[in-house]
Design a protein around this ligand. Sequence first.
Ligand SMILES: [Zn+2]
Length: 646
Amino acid sequence: MTPPVPLQLPTNDEALGWVEARTADGLARAREVVAGLKSAEGLEPLDVLRRWDEVSLVLSNVGALASLLSNVHPVEAVRTASEQAEIEVDKLLTELKQDRALYEVFAAADGTGLDPVAGRLLDKTLEDFRRAGVDRDDATRARLAEINERLTALDQEFSRNIRDDVRCVRVAPERLAGLPQDWLDEHPVDEDGLVAVSTDYPDTVPARMFVHDAEVRADLAQAFLGQGWPQNDALLKEMFDLRHELAGLVGYDDWASYDAAVKMIGSGPAIPEFIDRIAEAAEKPMRRDLEVLLARLQRDVPEAEALDATNSSYYEELVRKEQHDVDSQLVRTYFPFESVRQGLLEVTGRLFGLRYDPVPDATTWHEDVAVYDVHRLEDADGAGEGELIGRIYLDLFPREGKYKHAAQFTIAGGVGGRQLPEGALVCNFNRGLMEHDHVVTLFHEFGHLVHHVLGGQAPYTRFSGVATEWDFVEAPSQMLEEWAWDADILQSFARNAAGEPIPADLVERMRAADDFGKGIQARQQMFYASMSYWFHTERPADLTAKTVELQERYSPFHYLDGTHMFASFGHLGGYSSAYYTYMWSLVIAKDLFSAFDPDDLFDAQVAGRYRDRVLAPGGTKDAADLVADFLGRPYTFDAYAAWLAR
Ligand SMILES: [Zn+2]
């Protein structure tokens, strides 16, 4: 058998025809295999599963790449065709999962003789079908199909509204005092003598953090927290209503219960319990740090009583700088982009026993994209050729029409011996010096990519790579962030223009500064998580009013009049009611990290055990079992609670 080879992507001129043909071929192939499954007689259960996994593979190949291209491709027609491809794949998947005759093929399969992974695939397949309503009457199934199709369109429109609603605040250059010089150099004045600051992250994040002029910060906060509104308000309400209806039609109390049933957390009502548990644990550290922020604010504005989005980032940054002697602008000088990218590859290569070979001649959708082949090394010294186990694409700079956040996208899901896992990181970093926060984000997102590749040798598409419980999937990435906070590791690549490595005591202070505000951050996260849960469960008529209520209850910062942050809270699309997952995964990540020796994060034994027991199995086992296999005990809250209280 010839080993699988990487996918050849089309040139931008060919991309439209390529996407259309690939979509048509994939859909036709899926239908053909399904027809064969339904008409064949006397198939062995394993053969049934293999054929079904073939359907999953071809549809995931079309859908995953379409999702990427609709978010990154420079040619608008390709983005549009890719959105259409995603809709068609979703539509066919919905149709198949409601196909009674197909369901009967799986229901009739006898799982007793199957190996554990195949048995799990059969169980999960039956569950997928029942959750899609296959056992409901014709009218219900028709309604479910209609709802799913509408939800896909709504989700895309929601994202598009956010992506396209880039706002701009134009101010005289002297009012931007506080921003780093390289930022100012990149933002020359226009013909009116004003500087445009957009709501894109590379503009707005530093501006809200550094600009001294409170009015400018207030204007930026209004612009940023106004994106997507009012156009997304009615759209979101329709989305929440349809999700609720869908859950009811397949036998669940509400969307959150439907959604949580296939996650680590297990049930809908466990979500607000978890939110309150974290909120309570964070109460004391939040109050302690808020007092410090308020006291600092009152030195500038004696009559101030509380903080909000106009001053929270600014004073958090100021307190970090003044009390922990961390000057972000000095820190940035140690993180030139190219060194960080190289360092990331060296660190993760050493940790997971991988080598990344640049593929300069690979065709990509944009000249900024860097491509690497991933090889698994036989031994820690890096001897030998190393088996090719995947390909990665790094698309890390902002541009017009591109996805605005940071995420890993699948290009191809890996199936052992059949198809190489390939994925892309899509981020929006500066080309020059990076904020340390962005370095952490890069490590985080790369954690998803490495999980996708290492877990991409699984025997079935259904369990490939990050196809694990969604509330676990952030844990490996959150854990990998720790490597971007370790002085020894940072010193291996973080060097300033004079070639000096970042001083260890500066890293120590950065860590202390980062610890400042962790209770505040936990509460802010619980505010978002509560919105995601209650919007779906209560379906309030006035989303802004509910936001205000939840913000006052959970967030450390007061609501800023006139803002509607939920309208650009993109996670309401993909994460729906499950935004708690970020914090849930963090609890697991802290527990996983407790197995590593803080003085030797490269310990080959621990790292190897982690790679082989947590990442490589992909979704072939429940996440709770993967964690227990690695830790030698079930997961607990202890490591997280200790970290928060520290
Ligand atoms: Zn993530």
